[in-house]
Design a protein around this ligand. Structure first.
Ligand code: NBP
Length: 477
């Protein structure tokens, strides 16, 4: 019997993905650079389904039904290229290579073009949900050709998470589309995590709550519109007490957030596309600031306000206000991320269905949340939605939230609690809805020092003012 799919790269992610496939009744060929991982998988989990362990590239390829479907789950970057080069020469026209690692979408575009020349399908696929997701049902975002999805789609939909019976997997679009949306997914994840962390910091700094109390606040929020995996695990982390010291776990962890790079990629591409994804950018910068140990140590003595906890009505309202501010800022972060996907789609010629994307993020992935069903519904109601902020329900939520949102941001500023996520989200919101922006003045400055010209509100064309002359005459540029 031959395998319907093969997995090469059997570290945590690949191993769990292979087990998930086998548990769903698919025969899975196994391969890994070092043989031990393959042997270990079969020894430990061989009884979970039909595995065909193989110990050479040729043996692996020979174990597969045609068209062959090979999932590569190795360290992103040079390792992926090495593995592609190992297998591609052994494959035949119409075979499919899937890269399920966290590749940069530009690499995926390059690899797809090269393999297409050789008659092979290359499917860059985003997989979210970490190792648990890979085993029990991830959110899967395959790019590549429509043709490749015909054979691969049913398998991936089968092993993906399900929400209301619908698989958390859909064909995203050609070449790098899958890895692109996975990248933005991770960027949104950064923003969401930062906003939640700021909420914690505010509740502690402005109300003097202990982590365990804040865990309870999050648990309550998790029963409402903020119901999400990230809020749920935040409550768990906050309630956890360090066994060694008896102190709240969150107080014994070094406050320097690390990053693996997908958030940074999202921001870099956001800059290239000219899409303001300030929520994601601030989240990445907040991690960088936290990690700048020397700079922080040198700055510790800088003056700030006296931080007196809130009292009276303001204190009573505050947790509720933060919930509103969190929700509104979250809408902004997602609106920005979805706009980046729209812009990427336009730039690279992908026809990405944003509603379908929101739908497959409802389960399996790290940002899974009730909220995503509202995003799905917003795009279903209005496919050409310019921003999530203008869709009926979100517009209403922001309208209801804005007093609280403004009050939280001003309280944070007054008390000296850093809230880059909340603040930038509010600034973005006010920027979008502004009748006039000071960009007009910036254009004047640019024309003054660099003759960069400007457009007028009352006439067509470009103009330049002769700033150096006495009468400052204007002429068409
Ligand atoms: P790692 O990213 O730690 O990679 C380890 C695997 O890569 C091993 O199978 C290793 O083989 C193989 N490998 C390396 Br390293 N260099 C190789 C080469 N030159 N040729 C062949 N194989 C090579 O594994 P992971 O944490 O399971 O992640 C796999 C992919 O999934 C990554 O791209 C990651 O970014 C992505 N991802 C991870 C998560 C997560 O939660 N961990 C979530 C979503 C996506 P060996 O056994 O012989 O050393």
């Amino acid at each position: 019997k031959k395998a319907s799919i093969g997995v090469t790269g059997l570290a945590v992610m690949g191993r769990n993905l292979a087990r998930n496939l086998a548990r769903h009744g698919h025969t899975v060929a196994l391969h890994n650079r070092s043989e031990q991982r393959t042997r270990d998988l079969v020894a430990e989990f061989g009884d979970e389904g039909d595995f065909i362990p193989t110990y050479s590239a040729q043996e692996f390829v020979d174990a597969l039904e045609r068209p062959r479907q090979i999932v590569i789950m190795v360290k992103a970057g040079a390792a992926t290229d090495a593995v592609i080069e190992e297998f591609a020469p052994l494959l035949e026209k119409g075979d499919v290579i899937v890269d399920a690692g966290n590749a940069h979408f530009a690499d995926t575009r390059r690899r797809e073009a090269a393999l297409r020349e050789r008659g092979l399908h290359f499917v860059g696929t985003g997989v979210s949900g970490g190792e648990e997701g890979a085993l029990h049902g991830p959110s899967i975002m395959p790019g590549g050709s429509v043709e490749s999805y015909q054979s691969l789609g049913p398998l991936f939909e089968d092993i993906s998470a399900k929400v209301d019976g619908a698989p958390c997997c859909t064909h995203i679009g050609p070449d790098g589309a899958g890895h692109f949306v996975k990248m933005v997914h991770n960027g949104i994840e950064y923003a969401d995590m930062q906003l939640i962390a700021e909420s914690f910091d505010l509740l502690r700094g402005a109300l003097g709550y202990e982590p365990a109390q804040i865990a309870d606040v999050f648990r309550t929020w998790n029963t409402g519109r903020l119901d999400s995996y990230l809020i749920e695990i935040t409550a768990e982390v906050l309630a956890h007490v360090d066994a060694a010291t008896g102190r709240p776990f969150v107080d014994i962890v070094a406050d320097q957030a690390e990053q693996k790079g997908t958030g940074r990629w999202t921001v870099q591409i956001g800059l290239d596309l000219g899409v303001p994804i300030s929520g994601i950018a601030e989240a990445v910068f907040a991690r960088s600031l936290s990690g700048s140990a020397g700079l922080r140590a040198a700055s510790r003595g800088l003056p700030g306000p006296v931080r007196t906890p809130l009292t009276g009505a303001e204190a009573e309202r505050f947790a509720d206000d933060v919930e509103h501010a969190l929700y509104a800022s979250k809408i902004v972060a997602y609106a920005q991320g979805f706009n980046q996907i729209q812009a990427g789609g336009a730039e690279y010629g992908w026809d990405i269905d944003l509603g379908a994307l929101a739908s497959i993020w409802r389960g399996g992935c790290i940002i899974r949340a009730k909220f995503l069903d509202d995003i799905r519904a917003a795009y279903a109601a209005e496919p050409g939605l310019p921003t999530l902020l203008t869709s009926g329900d979100f517009r209403k939520a922001v309208e209801e939230a804005q007093d609280s949102w403004r009050s939280v941001v001003s309280t944070a500023a007054r008390l000296g609690i850093p809230t880059p996520g909340f603040s930038t989200a509010l600034a973005y919101y006010d920027g979008l809805r502004a009748e006039r922006l000071p960009a007009a003045l910036v254009q004047g400055q640019r024309d003054f020092f660099g003759a960069h010209t400007y457009r007028r509100v009352d006439r067509e064309g470009s103009f330049h003012t002769a700033w150096a002359t006495e009468d400052r005459t204007e002429s068409p540029a």
